[in-house]
Design a protein around this ligand. Structure first.
Ligand code: SAM
Length: 251
């Protein structure tokens, strides 16, 4: 995967927009994004902004007008095509708000393809504000220079997740009661993968039995300590990226 180019400067603001980008396209930016560009980043006419559309990739755009509530930009050059994303899903138990916010942000930075919130019997939280979650994911992608957004799904119950699980995807189940060491399990695996991490109270006996009987599930251990759910999700995702993801790619 190519490194971020040296021009424009890394400090140029980056934003995801909804419409597909192309050279010469004129884009109006309003709402919070306009506030961010005009008031926080203090961009003015002639400045360069980096735009991504989650479809074609990353582009430079020149600010042509700064009005009170919106900015107008003209797309100039393509910097990078949309990146290839490692085929790794994070299926994380819905945690209390701040903890799950952290999971959303770090999973995005680490490069997962899909984030699937999962409802389990011992979850403390039972609802996710999808719009707010999507903003966290988008801002994390802007900050870390991703050109692709992870797909963020609505929460599903564990039973439903397993019932519809795709045959060809391995599901690593982070089990605090023990399993194969995660580094060995990841290294020995091939193909599409996913990680399941439990909630604050862990998995109950029925959930653990259902998981251990599922043909796609591979129980893993994340070491001798009991990690918080958010730590387990972030640490195991980082470990998978280091062994099977895009960390080993030459820049
Ligand atoms: N209440 C549980 C207990 O005391 O046994 C702990 C649950 S832990 C806070 C949340 C989740 O993180 C677990 O369900 C599991 O998915 C994951 N986890 C934490 N430590 C782990 C470890 N050492 N090995 C595998 N998974 C772990």
């Amino acid at each position: 995967m190519p490194a971020t180019p040296s021009w424009p400067p890394k400090s140029a603001p980056r934003l995801f927009v909804a419409e597909p980008l192309s050279e010469g396209l004129v884009v109006d930016i309003g709402g919070n994004q306009a506030h961010y560009l005009a008031r926080v980043m203090r961009v003015s006419a002639g400045d360069t902004v980096i735009l991504c559309d989650n479809q074609t990739g990353e582009w430079t755009a020149e600010v042509s007008d700064v009005a009170k509530r919106y900015l107008t930009l003209t797309v100039t050059n393509q910097l990078r095509p949309r990146e290839e994303v490692p085929d790794f899903w994070l299926c994380a138990a819905l945690l209390k708000k701040d903890c799950f916010d952290l999971v959303l942000e770090k999973a995005t930075e680490l490069g997962v393809a899909r984030i699937q919130p999962v409802l389990m019997r011992r979850c403390v939280a039972d609802k996710l504000n999808l719009e707010r979650a999507s903003t966290i994911v988008t801002e994390a992608a802007e900050q870390c220079a991703r050109t692709a957004l992870p797909k963020l799904e609505e929460p599903v119950k564990l039973e439903a997740l397993l019932r519809h699980w795709p045959e060809d995807r391995l599901l690593f189940f982070a089990d605090e009661d023990g399993g194969r060491p995660a580094n060995a399990a990841f290294a020995a695996s091939a193909g599409p993968a996913a990680l399941l991490v439990g909630p604050e109270g862990g998995f109950d006996d029925a959930e653990r039995a259902m998981l251990r009987n599922h043909p796609a599930v591979s129980p893993i251990s994340l070491g001798p300590r009991i990690l918080r759910g958010e730590t387990a999700a972030i640490a195991a995702t980082a470990l998978w990226m280091g062994i099977k993801g895009d960390w080993p790619d030459e820049k």
